[in-house]
Design a protein around this ligand. Structure first.
Ligand SMILES: O=c1ccn([C@@H]2O[C@H](COP(=O)(O)OP(=O)(O)O[C@H]3O[C@H](CO)[C@@H](O)[C@H](O)[C@H]3O)[C@@H](O)[C@H]2O)c(=O)[nH]1
Ligand SMILES: O=C(O)[C@H](O)COP(=O)(O)O
Length: 327
């Protein structure tokens, strides 16, 4: 099995430096490129990322046609910062109102896919602290230059930064302790993805609209597993984007994220007939808070919900794409 992974790594891994922005722009041809940033309370970073993409990939080079920030129920100035920097802001509940309101990152991405128009869509997290537009050009390189590639995932080194101290390679705790072991045990073909939970990836609309989106943090794992089934490993690629620094969540929040990842894996095992539907895991977890004064156990709902493939949504197929109305 790992021989196949080795062959794939050799054939399908590149470096962002392999894809100079000018060459990627030249390869764009008739493609239309949308960039989407899902953002929940990211007022401190979203404007800088949008501004960088605008300057480098819209004003200096004609690479990005559409730049959208999905405001994912923020309580801060995320929407204003994003709009001021030049993005079109879509509130998560606005598109496809007939499908009910939901929360979560995966739901934000599904809504973004519904309202954007690019045939190639790039997703970038809005909490990146050292964003470079090479993240976008690196992800676009393989897609725009090779029609057999359907989806490109970013990978990088991940420091763990606490205050002034930054430990190289110590970040990505859910990735290393949960996601990668799960993938190796159940979908070893995907073991070559260094950062399976990376929020930076790009895909062809024609592919993305054919798969479901888990609404919460399971979205990345769900996409990888479902894409493997839909298009096969050779249509997937990864690009090394260098180093990625972001704002870290609390250990308690990461525990909930880990549960989302495990439940998402379970839904795929069940769908693939590898575990019985009757063995549905419990959907709540009890945690002992690791921060603050109140250390009493707390229960969190970690249920995993899902949006259907957009190609099955009549309003989407008929092109009735709602605009960015306020929530
Ligand atoms: O309800 C939400 C939660 C998060 N986000 C945004 O999604 C991005 C990533 O969220 P974050 O909470 O920073 O996730 P991480 O702790 O960085 O988690 C990693 O692992 C997750 C699980 O796979 C992935 O979704 C993330 O992209 C990846 O960076 C950020 O722009 C958030 O603002 C939303 O839009 N809506
Ligand atoms: O991707 C992950 O594993 C989680 O987002 C945790 O990342 P961190 O350990 O860098 O906070």
């Amino acid at each position: 099995m790992f021989a196949e992974v080795g062959r794939w790594l050799e054939a399908r891994t590149s470096l962002s430096g392999d894809w100079p922005p000018e060459a990627v722009t030249a390869a764009k041809g008739d493609h239309r490129v949308s960039v989407v940033l899902p953002a929940r309370n990211e007022e401190s970073t979203v404007g800088k990322i949008v501004g960088r993409i605008r300057r480098d990939l819209q004003e200096r080079l004609p690479l990005v046609d559409e730049l959208v920030v999905v405001d994912s129920h923020s309580h801060d100035a995320t929407a204003r910062r994003a709009a001021d920097a030049g993005a079109r802001v879509v509130f998560q509940n606005a598109p496809l109102p007939g499908y009910g309101a939901m929360t979560g990152k995966g739901d934000a991405l599904w809504k973004a896919l519904a309202v954007t128009t690019g045939d190639v869509v790039v997703f970038v997290d809005a909490d990146l602290r050292d964003f470079s537009s090479r993240f976008v050009t690196g992800l676009l390189g393989p897609l725009l230059s090779d029609p057999s590639v359907a989806y490109v995932k970013g990978c990088y080194d991940r420091p763990l930064t606490e205050g002034a101290v930054s430990r190289p390679h110590a970040g990505g705790r859910v990735t290393e302790l949960v996601a990668r072991p799960l993938i190796n045990l159940h979908w070893p073909e995907l073991a070559g993805f260094r950062q399976p939970l990376a929020g930076e990836y790009a895909g062809r609309r024609a592919t993305l609209e054919r798969i479901p989106f888990v609404t919460g943090y399971g979205v990345e794992l769900g996409l990888l597993i479902d894409l493997l089934g839909l298009v096969g490993l050779d249509a997937l690629a990864q690009v090394d984007l260098g180093v990625r620094a972001h704002s870290h969540q609390t250990l308690d929040a990461l525990g909930q994220m880990a549960a989302h990842i495990m439940l998402t894996a379970w839904t795929r095992l069940e769908r693939q007939g590898r575990v019985p539907a009757s063995a549905l895991p419990y959907h709540e977890i009890l945690q002992f808070p690791t921060a603050g004064d109140d250390r009493r156990p707390r229960v969190s709902d970690v249920s995993v919900h899902e949006r259907p493939p957009l190609i099955t949504v009549p309003e989407y197929v008929e092109g009735l794409r709602p605009g960015p109305e306020p929530e």
